[in-house]
Design a protein around this ligand. Sequence first.
Ligand code: NAD
Ligand code: DAU
Length: 333
Amino acid sequence: MAVILVTGGMGFIGSNFIHYWKKHHPQDHVLNVDLLTYAGNKDNVASLVGQAGYEFVHGDIGDEAHLSQWMQKGVEVVVHFAAESHVDRSIHSPRDFVMTNVLGTQSLLAAARQHNVKKFVHISTDEVYGSLGDEGVFTEKTALAPNSPYSASKAGSDLIVRAYYETYGFPAVITRCSNNYGPRQFPEKLIPLIITRAIRNEPIPIYGDGLNVRDWLYVEDHCSAIERVIQDGVPGEVYNIGGHQERTNLDVVKSILKELNKSEDLIHFVPDRLGHDRRYAIDSRKIQQELGWVPSYSFETGLQETIQWYLKERTWCERIADGSYRDTEEVDH
Ligand code: NAD
Ligand code: DAU
């Protein structure tokens, strides 16, 4: 049995990762450390509460002393998802992003190093590379050129992780993934926002001309990539993760409206996001060739799965809409 500490496991990707890991490695013990910010939703892992090999720790990645207590439980692997993750919020409150993403990551690294963790997987983003024109892709060698306070704070966290490897030989690996979508994504992000608004026949805000391009990856494929990095990723290395599924935002919204049988009249063009990155596209040949990872979902299949999930999980959506997902009594499990 291995003890694996996951940060941000109440959020979108972290909770999907915990479900994935418990399904494929049921013998392991997962410690889920999460601060329960607005993005942390206990409903995301409610089915695991009380199960052997799962424990929730309410805590801040910036609290090194608290983290250190939990690391003493024989933690071998840390998978670090916890972050402020939404670009629009970073434009209005950049400081929160620096505090959590940069300083929080450094505190977590310090606690993990003190307890000789065997592998530290830092979950980063393709946004640290900045924006592309019509041509080209991001490789692991692309220079960092973040444009938003969010991506700048993630780039800062990548650099402190890198420094822990170079300075102390700390066994850290960095992954940089493209846009994820799938079950349990907070409906401030484009795809769940479109789905939940379309279901309620509410207007869908599309920034600028709607022709910005994102490279979409179904969250389960991201989880299987992280699994390969935990198993065989080489310390000090960076692995890009993406599924070669580029779509404009307008393509995405039209596909969802078609699937839900809703009118395109719901689309409302609104003023553009400040500093809006035009296009992201990931070259993921390194993880495919060196670690043998292959994504399973096409965008069309993943999108259908996602839409069906939101249609089925009406209570999950309603508890976010009325705020009650944050009301549950706080208990550490
Ligand atoms: P999310 O916003 O859904 O979840 C973030 C989680 O972190 C929440 O549960 C929140 O409560 C927790 N958290 C925030 N601050 C914390 C703190 N100080 N201490 C402990 N927990 C804290 O985010 P997500 O979309 O699941 O993204 C997870 C990670 O993956 C982030 O690091 C993000 O940068 C990265 N990433 C996301 C995407 C994407 O498309 N969503 C793509 C590539 C990389
Ligand atoms: O590329 C990986 C990144 O993807 C992650 O690191 C971030 O955590 C994640 O939030 C995501 O960032 P984006 O800014 O690309 O995602 P978002 O869902 O916010 O927006 C996707 C695109 O849709 C972007 O071009 C902005 C546009 N958009 C978004 C919203 C919320 C709209 O047109 N209207 C909207 O209402």
